[in-house]
Design a protein around this ligand. Structure first.
Ligand SMILES: Nc1ncnc2c1ncn2[C@@H]1O[C@H](COP(=O)(O)OP(=O)(O)OP(=O)(O)O)[C@@H](O)[C@H]1O
Length: 832
């Protein structure tokens, strides 16, 4: 918000609306966190990953978040050793309780102990929520799970920042709700949870449908959307286990709750005597019996305690009867006292179980207190609630405005005054002693003849001129107070009754005599002096004292503010009602806070603190014997910061300048740390290196001796093996050569023999063939010759025959001359 260029209501509203549309429900205005109720689960915003992100992150580094506020508070506590508080405020249904739960979850995450057996403090603190909600929350018009009590949870831390204890302080439980509830609201959740318990429990407590109980059926709302009372009952039981409430105690607690429901169903009729009453019918008798049984007290005693009063005067003991109307008041009184004592017991028990750390020096307190209320009918509860809110508003004012500006004036820095609405006058009107409304109310309560009318008249007379007090024109008992958040008209009718807190002696005695030790312990015997003294004790005054003590606690802490805003009255997501929201921002002083954050100096440090923290940025100015103020100025100038102011004792920084300085400081320290780390690491590494080297050398020499032996042996063996191999190979090759050669020779011989044989055979065959051929040829030639011869012979014969014939023929002719010649011719023929 402080970065907006145009800082006016529409701009602020527009910014919030735009962010809300994107489900960015958190926005910073300076150091104040505005949280707009999303009315829908946004689990990604709260998971462990988110917590890891915010752990140790600078404020403003990440998106605005409730975890960031818790982280700042935690870091401030650790670094400065100072207690911190986170004040969560806003109207009913704005999301205070949810925000508180997230804060506690985150603080448990930061300061929780892991790996511890049993229930840890943080677990018990977290689990106390469902128990307190079951007994202290109810559905109202404005919120389905409205806290009907205020709560301040103090988480204690040890020196190392671990959670070491916790305490829960509660404020002003709305007692009247136990007996009176209007549509569409509900009574406290626990009544409905018990009616939805498993059947055996219902039977044990003789319960029925919630519609049958007077304390529940005055409203026609019995169920909550999206809530299963049966499941919630079991969850509450489990949570009770975790916070250390034993099984027997749980049984007694639910017996008391059931008894209250039965008490509510006891009705009265007029008795025979004047101003007396009797139980109305059998049904009433049954419920009376049941209530007595559950509370383990005498049924007749209970009846008497409801309809009779014993007055002890110096002369005698007088028993007085009550008319039916008074009997009902008496009955409701008992129910309310039982319930509020039960609630207080639960808170005490949770505190005892969680345990406190008396040695704790620092704590973080988280305040979740009912928001400002303004209904059609506003009674004493709204008066107290709005008184609380006025107180908180003043604390806020004091912190953000008053102290701021007073400080500027005191420190004499240049500063133009910012106007703000101071509500001290409203507080004076309510709590001033004497003369404030509470004081007048107490007076009226102690004066027996007072009525609400006389009380109202007294108010009108006393405050005629008070501009914060208005008398409505047409009313005789109403009065209006102009609160910081608007005008609220209160009905004075029940102020007197509601302010009186005393337990009727008969009720006290009866309960104290209960056979159930739990019930008896809720009504411890009164000290003699107290019982003799005035029975009246003012709830208003007691509450005022409680608030005073709360304010003192808060004043001793560094406050952080979370303003919860309810975006619409229909309790639905994504609806942003401008006028509704701007009203809440105005009432919460958010707009003025923005102005002051921008215009003012939100961070300031004494010179000593400043130098202590930032002298690392310019150590030369510390050594140079400068005055502290000048040294601060020189450091700031060196860092090029502008707009800051130096007062008489303090340095005043503009928004964001502290972060700049811190970032630079972190840088310098980081560098220094890195140098130190480097040196140390070098030193350590060197040391280790030398040691290792020595050891390595020793090892190496040992190893090498052994290794050399081994290697020599190995080499020897290898050489021998090679030799053997060589020999073997020689032998093998020689062998194989011989074998091969002999087999080759054999083969060759064989082959040659075979060849020779073959050749021989061939030759023989050839020879035979030739012989055959020759023979055949001879034969052929012979036969041919024969043939030829034969032919020749034949021819010769023929020839000779012819010749012979011829010769014969010629013989005669040749006989003498040619015989010899023919013979020669013949020889020639033969030769050819
Ligand atoms: N951060 C959130 N995320 C989701 N839902 C939320 C958140 N804050 C509030 N709500 C819703 O709004 C409802 C009302 O919130 P819550 O009970 O915290 O209001 P309250 O300010 O404590 O009211 P009262 O003063 O009446 O006790 C819750 O029941 C829940 O449904």
């Amino acid at each position: 918000m402080t970065k907006l260029s145009y800082l006016h209501e529409p701009g602020v509203l527009q910014n919030l609306a735009a962010r809300y549309e994107l489900n960015e429900i958190y926005t910073y205005t300076g150091n104040i966190l505005i949280a707009i109720n999303p009315f829908q689960r946004l689990p990604h915003l709260y998971d462990t990953h988110m917590m890891e992100q915010y752990k140790g992150a600078g404020f403003g580094e990440l998106s605005p978040h409730v975890f960031a506020v818790a982280d700042v508070a935690y870091r401030a506590m650790i670094n400065e050793g100072k207690s911190n508080s986170i004040l969560v405020s806003g109207e009913s249904g704005a999301g205070k309780t949810e925000t508180t739960k997230m804060l506690m979850r985150y603080l448990a995450y930061l300061g929780g102990r892991s790996g511890i057996e049993g229930r840890t403090v943080e677990q018990q603190v977290l689990e106390s929520n469902p128990v307190l909600e079951a007994f202290g929350n109810a559905k109202t018009v404005r919120n389905n799970n409205s806290s009907r009590f205020g709560k301040f949870v103090e988480i204690q831390f040890d020196k190392s920042g671990r959670i070491s204890g916790a305490a829960i302080r509660t404020y002003l439980l709305e007692r009247s709700r136990v007996c009176q509830v209007n549509s569409p609201e509900r009574n406290y959740h626990c009544f409905y949870l018990l009616c939805a318990a498993p059947p055996e429990e219902i039977a044990k407590y003789k319960l029925e449908n919630p519609k049958s109980f007077h304390y529940l059926n005055q409203s026609d709302c019995y169920e909550l959307d999206g809530v299963d009372d049966a499941d919630e009952y079991l969850a509450t039981r489990r949570a009770m286990d975790i916070v250390g409430i034993t099984e027997e105690e749980q049984d007694a607690i639910f017996r008391v709750v059931a008894a209250i429901l039965h008490i509510g169903n006891i009705d009265f009729a007029k008795g025979e005597e004047i101003d007396s009453s009797v139980l109305k019918d059998e049904k009433s008798r049954f419920h009376l019996k049941m209530a007595a049984e559950l509370l383990m007290c005498d049924a007749q005693g209970l009846e008497d305690a409801l309809i009779k009063r014993v007055m002890v005067t110096p002369e005698e003991v007088i028993t007085r009867t009550l008319d039916p109307g008074s009997a009902i008041v008496s009955r409701d009184g008992l129910a309310k006292t039982l319930y509020s004592r039960l609630f207080d017991w639960l808170v005490d028990k949770i505190n005892v179980s969680i345990g406190q750390d008396p040695n704790s020096k620092s704590l973080i307190g988280v305040l979740d207190i009912y928001g400002f209320e303004s209904f059609k009918c506003n009674s004493f509860e709204q008066f107290c609630i709005n008184f609380t809110n006025e107180k908180l508003q003043q604390h806020f004012n004091q912190h953000v405005f008053k102290m701021e500006q007073e400080e500027y004036t005191k420190e004499e820095i240049n500063w133009s005054y910012i106007e703000f609405v101071d509500n001290q006058d409203v507080l004076d009107l309510i709590e001033k002693k004497p003369g404030g409304i509470i004081a007048l109310l107490d007076e009226a309560c102690m004066f027996p003849k007072s009525t609400h009318e006389t009380f109202a008249q007294k108010l009108y007379q006393t405050f005629t001129k008070n501009k914060r007090f208005i008398k409505p024109k047409l009313s005789r008992t109403n009065f209006t107070i102009s609160h910081y958040a608007g005008e609220v008209t209160y009905q004075a009718d029940q102020f007197l009754d509601k302010n009186k807190d005393y337990v009727v002696a008969e009720h006290q005695d009866l309960m104290n005599a209960s056979k159930c030790s739990f019930v008896a312990s809720l009504f411890p015997p009164l000290a003699v002096e107290t019982s003799k003294a005035s029975k009246f004790s003012s709830i208003g005054s007691r509450f005022k004292v409680q608030l005073q003590s709360l304010m003192e606690t808060l004043s001793s802490t560094e406050p952080h503010y979370i303003r919860c805003v309810k975006p619409n009255n229909v309790l639905k997501p994504a609806i942003f009602e401008n006028s509704n929201i701007i009203q809440q921002l105005r009432c919460g002083g958010v707009l003025e806070a923005i102005r002051i954050s921008c215009a003012g100096y939100p961070t300031r440090r004494t010179f000593y603190e400043f130098l202590h923290r930032f002298s690392v940025l310019a150590p030369e100015y510390l050594e140079g014997n400068f005055d502290d103020k000048i040294a601060c100025q020189k450091i700031l100038d060196k860092m090029n910061l502008q707009g800051y102011q130096i007062g008489k004792n303090k340095v005043f920084l503009r928004a964001g300048q502290m972060a700049q300085l811190d970032a630079k400081r972190a840088d310098v320290l980081g560098k220094a740390a890195r140098t130190i780390q480097r040196q140390i690491r070098t030193h350590m590494a060197r040391k280790e290196f030398i040691m290792l080297r020595k050891a390595a050398i020793i090892l190496q020499s040992c190893c090498r001796g052994k290794l050399a032996c081994k290697m020599y042996e190995k080499m020897r063996q290898e050489a021998a093996a090679i030799k053997v191999q060589k020999n073997l190979r020689g032998y093998i090759s020689r062998n194989s050569y011989t074998t091969l050669r002999s087999s080759a020779i054999i083969l060759q011989t064989g082959f040659r023999a075979m060849s020779a044989r073959n050749e021989f055979r061939f030759r023989k065959q050839t020879k035979a063939a030739i012989t055959i051929q020759a023979q055949w040829r001879c034969h052929r030639d012979y036969s041919y010759y024969n043939d030829l011869k034969n032919a020749t012979l034949t021819y010769q014969c023929a020839w000779r025959q012819r010749i012979a014939r011829r010769e014969l023929k010629n013989s005669k002719w040749l006989q003498e001359t040619g015989a010899l010649k023919a013979k020669d011719n013949w020889k020639n023929v033969l030769r050819s």
